[in-house]
Design a binder for this molecule. Structure first.
Ligand SMILES: [Fe+2]
Length: 314
């Protein structure tokens, strides 16, 4: 079972203020970055440049191969040991899904379902980016998300945060789509009388706010997980004694040269946050390569993934 840390009336007030703030940024087409200052989103310009790159891939015969790679999702399973993990959570299995971009490829919902339908997990954590576009319509997303959520059915719940491709308008459909959206909020997961804490923030890549930082100031828990679209709050989470930090956003680069080095990673925190496991102080982090694609429906040297993370005491 789970319960929110904040009482309903406090959550309601915080949500209203959050939605009002994010709606202004989205509707003005502005982004607010961690490194400071507001600016116009350059995503549409980036997509135009990608169209030139896609043309080059087509004339060199590489596009079809990259497209096939994008439709091939890998299962990743990792075990992580923590000395402070409450005993009741020994063996607890997290399904970590990130960057589904579920409308990025035809029939992609079925491809994801094929990869998760036989997996065993206790909880599902989704770290943002549910659609391919970074603005515009989202209603076409609801049906595939609801279909997918029928195959998730995690006993301890499904929790999601928004990414930079998502709109605040999606928040009202979270619960009826089978998931709890965490917007600068924390939930306690309770098992056999013991608790762990999960905190989820709004996307800090394009909508960086002090509210996201403040919600990480949590105390009184033996084990804490942060789920955030990007690695940008990792240093803050480590300072606030989080044990595990789950994120995505980079797609692992999506297009990498042979040794896995991305051409573009869309993150500025450092190379180690591009994909996979990393450490920051005592905190362990995992950056998912994501299941879907954005910008262009191809992958090279950077397979898509759905991830099972098994927590163990040590
Ligand atoms: Fe993404």
């Amino acid at each position: 079972m789970y319960q929110f840390v904040d009482p309903p009336e406090i959550r309601k007030d915080k949500r209203l203020i959050w939605a009002a703030t994010r709606s202004v940024w989205e509707n003005m087409g502005y982004v607010l970055k961690k490194r400071g200052g507001k600016s116009k989103s350059h995503w549409n310009l980036f997509v135009r440049l990608l169209k030139i790159f896609a043309f080059l891939l087509r004339i060199t015969g590489q596009y079809k191969k990259g497209y096939g790679n994008a439709k091939t999702i890998h299962n990743t399973e990792i075990e992580l040991k923590f000395p402070n993990l409450p005993a009741a959570f020994n063996g607890f299995r997290i399904l970590h899904l990130s960057d589904l971009h579920i409308d990025s490829l035809p029939g992609f919902t079925s491809l994801i379902i094929d990869k998760i339908k036989d997996l065993r997990f206790d909880i599902c954590l989704l770290t943002g980016d549910y659609r391919i576009d970074a603005s515009g319509s989202f209603s076409h997303m609801l049906k595939p998300i609801r279909i997918l959520s029928k195959y998730i059915q995690a006993p301890f719940g499904t929790f999601a945060v928004l990414g930079n491709h998502d709109t605040y308008l999606m928040a009202q459909y979270g619960k009826e789509s089978g998931m709890e959206l965490l917007v600068n909020e924390s939930v306690e997961i309770i098992k056999d009388g013991q608790k762990i804490l999960i905190t989820g923030t709004d996307d800090p890549f394009n909508f960086y706010t002090e509210s996201a930082l403040l919600c990480l100031e949590t105390k009184g828990y033996d084990f804490k997980i942060a789920m955030i679209h990007t690695s940008e709050l990792a240093r803050a989470a480590s300072e606030y004694k989080y044990d595990l930090y789950l994120c995505g956003h980079t797609h692992g680069g999506q297009i990498c040269i042979k040794n896995g080095v991305p051409l573009i990673s869309h993150q500025f925190e450092g190379k180690k946050f591009n994909h996979g496991l990393w450490k920051l102080g005592n905190m362990t982090g995992y950056t998912s390569r994501g299941a879907g694609v954005s910008g262009m429906p191809v992958r090279f040297n950077c397979p898509a993934e759905v991830t099972i993370i098994k927590l163990q005491t040590s």
